[in-house]
Design a binder for this molecule. Sequence first.
Ligand SMILES: Cc1cc2nc3c(=O)[nH]c(=O)nc-3n(C[C@H](O)[C@H](O)[C@H](O)COP(=O)(O)OP(=O)(O)OC[C@H]3O[C@@H](n4cnc5c(N)ncnc54)[C@H](O)[C@@H]3O)c2cc1C
Length: 295
Amino acid sequence: MKSWDVIVIGAGIIGLSLGISLRKQGLRVLIVERGEPGREASYAAAGMLVGSGTEVPAPLRDLARESARLYPEFVHELEDESGIRVDLREHGTILISSDGRFPEGAELISLEQLATIEPGLAGSEVFGSARDARGRPPLHNPMLLSAAYVTERSVDPRALVSAAIKAARHREVDISSGAEVKAVVVEGGRVTGLQTEKTSYSAAIVVNCAGAWAGCVGPQRFPVQPIKGHMLAVIGGAGLTHVVRSEAVYLVPRSDGRVVVGSTLENAGYNKQADVNTIQRLFHAALELAPGLTG
Ligand SMILES: Cc1cc2nc3c(=O)[nH]c(=O)nc-3n(C[C@H](O)[C@H](O)[C@H](O)COP(=O)(O)OP(=O)(O)OC[C@H]3O[C@@H](n4cnc5c(N)ncnc54)[C@H](O)[C@@H]3O)c2cc1C
């Protein structure tokens, strides 16, 4: 009978990358996924690799920075092992702020410079709405809107998870899909395996990588809360080179010409239904930032 050193719950990008990393250290790994591997949050994400930023909680900033630093190596390894291109883009991010607050390391740029380095923003509200009462351009009134550049990367998350699944299989990480883990089995104060709706598996180490559902697997109920995010993709308009983030919306270009627009943050439980009005609001916010998106 087959046995494993470690069982990982969940085949999202976290479970898959952990599985690959443990396998590289010689451990026998089983990943147990209830649905199709890589089809939840890791499939939905925009793919921004934010290494610094006010949105990253302070205790996690060092970890985020180090993780972002390691990403190119991680991606190149996955690409080599899977033969799948992950669309790692290194053009950086432009941040637009109404209060002039930018993360550490961001390089302030004038709106004139912005127009030169990101022509895809031509006609943007960023320039127009910032004119003062006498119609002067924002350069004369820099408190209204400001821009900064940060060296950040992005990936195509769907390509990333496909590459991670293939690389994991290539490295002989076992993946079992189609059965939900009901509980981690604990005997005499020690983990001995897990119980799915169909069967049980034994291992001395179990890692819960069930993402937004991590709190649903007993007996340890982690305080995890799902946050819903609407996104859309625009195809065929004026392209962007950089990721662009304002307070209202973010735009993430892909090398195939798509621009991914995100995102709402909603307390909607596990409801994944898309709402047309929300998509429309997001689309309008995107057009205010980059009117050329529609071609
Ligand atoms: C709209 C949106 C945009 C985002 N944009 C970004 C971004 O630009 N940059 C960024 O860094 N992050 C972004 N994120 C966050 C990012 O998607 C997640 O942090 C990341 O994908 C989490 O990966 P994960 O493996 O933990 O979770 P998931 O990919 O959700 O994987 C968890 C897996 O566990 C499985 N599972 C759950 N319960 C069980 C069970 N009981 N038994 C077996 N399997 C189970 C699920 O089926 C799933 O496959 C975004 C998220 C959203 C929703």
